[in-house]
Design a protein around this ligand. Sequence first.
Ligand code: TYM
Length: 340
Amino acid sequence: MTQKIIFSGIQPSGNLHIGNYIGAIRQWVKLQDQMTDRDGNELIFCIVDLHAITVYQEPKILREKIKEVAALYVACGIDPQKAHIFVQSENPDHSCLAWIFDCIIPLGWMKRMTQFKDKSATQKDSTTVGLFNYPALMAADILLYDTTHVPVGEDQRQHIELTRDIAERFNKIFSPTFSLPRPMIDKSAPRIMSLQSPRSKMSKSDKDPGGTVNLLDPPEEIRNKIRRAVTDSGKEIRVGADKPALTNLLTIYAKFSGKSVKEIELMYQGKGYADFKNDLAEVVIAALKPIQQKYQALRQDSAGLEKILDDGRNFAGGKSAKKTKQVRTAVGLGRYTTRK
Ligand code: TYM
């Protein structure tokens, strides 16, 4: 087997929701459980707080959210004995490399990023340079660790393609330094959509809280949100291009129950939306219950959580320092040449 270095991250910019879980964290846990460290495999999961501040975050809340995300990673099944978990801003190599990338990325490449176009359209005058620059920092996160695979939701695909282009460009301009990472996207659930507007993705920054089921939502809230979820015209419970709301709800059902979409469609033949939604709510509540319980226990052990993040920071810093030296030498930065 060839070596796999898995890197991914989530912004602590709001409440983690079932889209983050299905699109990202669930894949991470699966990979972790499939991999051994025998072949030099590594799993690195970051809490990307520098990305979060591309949009204003209340400082006190941000600090809390960083710990919340770390505890949720573990509560969802990331094992700190097998994976390294760290906070992005605690390793300054990320912002240093992002700047170097800024100096080689053609402006046109960045202007093509659809996520920037979408986000900036909603922010208008308050759009920051940081938001524009966001994909360069993401490329730095990934390339600092010789990452081979990046498990993410479909919405991040374009950023990973850009990361590959940046790596190739750097290697060509200076010297071969970076390997090219590949995205890993769960084809059966590339994008979980909002419960209120099923043509837009479920998002931490959704203004309508009814569109998003958060991992830490209490059962009653989950029941309410699912009960109020919009449906499509007609009565049938099936997937289809003409049924975006049902397709989304069935995908969530399948992901949390372990059943296939086909099986679930058969179970609800001839039944109404109310039965389907009641059952879906209970499936989601049952799946989130152990995560919520583990989360509460972890938050009570703050020393334990600190240790996980300290160990993660030390590991990440050690690994990225080597790559940073290589980059500085390649570019000619500083007064000394450094050995690789
Ligand atoms: P973020 O914080 O927006 O989302 C974290 C992860 O969750 C996935 N995701 C979804 N998947 C399915 N359906 C959805 N509705 C949904 N919403 C979010 C995202 O695809 C992502 O995998 N730029 C990244 C964070 C980042 C990163 C990185 C990721 C920074 N550096 C390096 C990988 C590698 C982001 O904003 O994710």
